[in-house]
Design a protein around this ligand. Sequence first.
Ligand code: SAH
Ligand code: SF4
Ligand code: F3S
Length: 453
Amino acid sequence: MCEVSKKLFIRTYGCQMNAYDSARMAETLTPFGYAPASAPEEADLVVVNTCHVREHASEKVFSELGRLRKLKEERAARDGGRMLIAVAGCTAQAEGAEIWTRAPFVDIVLGPQTYHRLPELVRAATKTTRARALDCEFPAESKFDLLPAPGCDGPSAFLSVQEGCDKFCSFCVVPYTRGAEYSRPARAILAEARHLVGQGVLEITLLGQNVNAWHGEAPNGGAWRLGRLIRELAGMEGLARIRYTTSHPLDMDDELIAAHGEEAKLMPFLHLPVQSGSDRVLAAMNRRHDAAAYLRLVERLRAARPDLALSSDFIVGFPGEEESDFAATLGLVRAVGFANAYSFKYSPRPGTPAAARDDQVADEAKAERLAWLQELVARQAESFNARFVGRELDVLLDRPGRRPGQLVGRSPYMQSVHVTAPASMRDAIARVRVTAARANSMSGEIGEAQACA
Ligand code: SAH
Ligand code: SF4
Ligand code: F3S
């Protein structure tokens, strides 16, 4: 262990899994004297936790690295000190040592499966003034067994239960950057959940690239699936809310659907990406279900939990997508009625099958379809939120608002709700009467507060 106090700054891009990983990386370094820095210029070590899912995401990483290079040079000129720069995450995994071709000033490159080795890599990179270190293995040991237990940062926490993906959608880099599916054993997940609840956490979001494919070892041998795990968590005193993300329609089994109807702590909001409403495009994407199967699934989920709100991801301009395919996507959106959705222009990713197709869609068509889809989704979000005006919702007030005296939180349906409330109500679930609704947020008034467990 090192007694010298050092400063660490982590910049996180990408999904919630990366946010979870960044917190774990910080915790591996705490015993070695690293405390958080409030800005990169103050840091002795800057970790850039990267996302590779679209070209834009990975390009952002390189512009961030350009800015860090300047800070590194300024630091060396100022006091001769060395600011270490580490690149972690999915771009690091995809590019490995190639990162050094574009950014030779980077000191450490590490993939998502080797975060528990970060202190070792820091040591290796500081052996000499020019040393560098790389670790992009998929090691046999699980990082989850070796990373420290998470600290608590507010009333809402992520808990990673599953990682990697075996689905190989033809557009997606995740199976290559995160590797094969791995499910953590139930015992480890429950222990982490108990630890979080003991620290005052009220809401846990179970995370996985394919979270509903989770099939972990049960505490007494055998195997559980996600529905069973959720039931166990629902019995945990002090835990008020359970969510999970991201799910694949194919892995939505009966037990999980039933849990939506039976477990009040399982929140009535589900992110269930469909990507497209065209059967032809879905087949080319290797999603392995058609639009009708998705609609049937939505029906079964809503039969179990009638107020279930849904969100999805969509890709427009997948190779070969024609106007009629895009019209089918709009049709599916109208049929489902989403509370929210994220849509993206298809971005060809090196090494994925769809990138090699010779029927790529022109950018203007992609941009036009994206605008149509986003407008439809915004209208749906607005009308979904408008339904709540005049009604009461339980809101987990977890952050300050922009205006003084304001708190912001999430409703059960993941809506952002702004209220005027004393700071003492922060980190608790409050009953709020909704007074106004917009596409992206709502405002309300506090009723009676519910004390935090
Ligand atoms: N595991 C999740 C999400 C993975 S990535 C799932 O199965 O849905 C998050 C989202 O990014 C995807 O749902 C998809 O909509 C989008 N995405 C992935 N690869 C993309 C690409 N090459 N171009 C554009 N969007 C992409
Ligand atoms: Fe990517 Fe498909 Fe796996 Fe989701 S299910 S991570 S979109 S390959
Ligand atoms: Fe991006 Fe990797 Fe997550 S590619 S979306 S950070 S799994």
